[in-house]
Write a protein that binds this ligand. Structure first.
Ligand SMILES: O=C(O)C(=O)C[C@]1(C(=O)O)C=C[C@@H](O)C=C1
Length: 267
């Protein structure tokens, strides 16, 4: 079975993909959008998507990509089936004489204090992944922030280990798949449900009513994030994760309240 991950090898996404299961064929993808698109287009059976870091919060680009999953008759064409948590320990890699450092944009907020103390004045450049940062650092004799595994993959010297501001730094990934491929998995009891929700913001209390419905049906919110709706200016798409409750009944009720809602996964 093919599992896509944000490449090149050595990213934290690669580590998440290794945790996805046994005997899987891991396929390198070039950016976060492709991690969703490749499953939608059935180029891979599954892929891993980073959604939240314990220090720096939700990965905006991941939710923007989830927004583009086609929904037919209220059902998403791709769903999350598993949550994978990876410990994130960043290293400064490359060549100290440079004054440029490359990494994934989600990293800067995880090393802010350390950068202030040790690398103030250097230019930070966003690249598609941490491993890409280590690769560019090596080819341009610059610096990068990545895992030690990425430095090993690209032969980039490690200058400093454990530079993240908070120890116990972790990122959550979702394992995405198309519902037709779900039969290939051994079912595990799911604990969390991820919903995509749109409410009519022109109506007072629309979001609070929707959240009330979830609580009425015993769904306990564990995470909520909102992204701008690409089709409606100053309107938002909400991603809500919860545990327990009567999900089907809650969804029926939300639709009665004119909410546009679909399940993006159970894990
Ligand atoms: O660049 C990587 O190594 C990734 O797997 C992406 C990603 C992210 O998008 O959050 C994953 C974990 C870290 O928080 C930093 C970057």
């Amino acid at each position: 079975m093919k599992v896509g991950f944000l490449g090149p090898k050595g990213t934290y996404s690669y580590e998440a993909a290794l945790k996805a299961g046994e005997g899987l064929e891991l396929i390198e993808l070039e950016n976060i959008d492709r991690c969703v698109e490749s499953v939608v287009k059935k180029e891979v059976e599954m892929s891993v998507l980073p959604i939240e870091n314990s220090t720096n919060g939700s990965v905006a680009g991941a939710f923007d990509a989830l927004m583009r999953i086609p929904v037919v008759d209220g059902h998403a064409a791709v769903v999350a089936t598993k949550e994978i948590v990876v410990d994130i320990s960043h290293c400064l890699v490359g060549y100290r004489e440079s004054n440029v450092v490359y990494s994934h944009p989600q990293v800067w907020g995880q090393v802010k204090e350390w950068m202030k103390r040790h690398l103030s004045g250097v230019e930070t450049v966003d690249v598609s992944s941490t491993s890409k940062g280590a690769l560019i650092a090596e080819s341009q004799k610059a610096m990068g922030i990545s895992s030690e595994a990425a430095a090993v993959v690209h032969g980039t010297p490690v200058l400093e280990r454990e530079i993240n501001d908070k120890k116990g730094n972790q990122t959550r990934f979702l394992l995405l798949t198309c519902p037709e491929a779900l039969g290939l998995f051994t079912p595990v009891p799911s604990k969390k449900t991820l919903l995509k929700l749109q409410v009519e913001h022109t109506r007072i209390g629309a979001l609070s009513e929707a959240l009330q419905v979830l609580s009425e049906y015993g769904m306990n919110l564990t995470f909520i994030t909102s992204r701008p709706d690409p089709e409606r200016e100053w309107q938002y798409i909400h991603f809500i994760e919860s545990t327990g409750g009567e999900i089907e009944q809650a969804i029926t009720k939300l639709r009665e309240h004119r909410c546009n809602v679909c399940v993006l996964g159970n894990y």
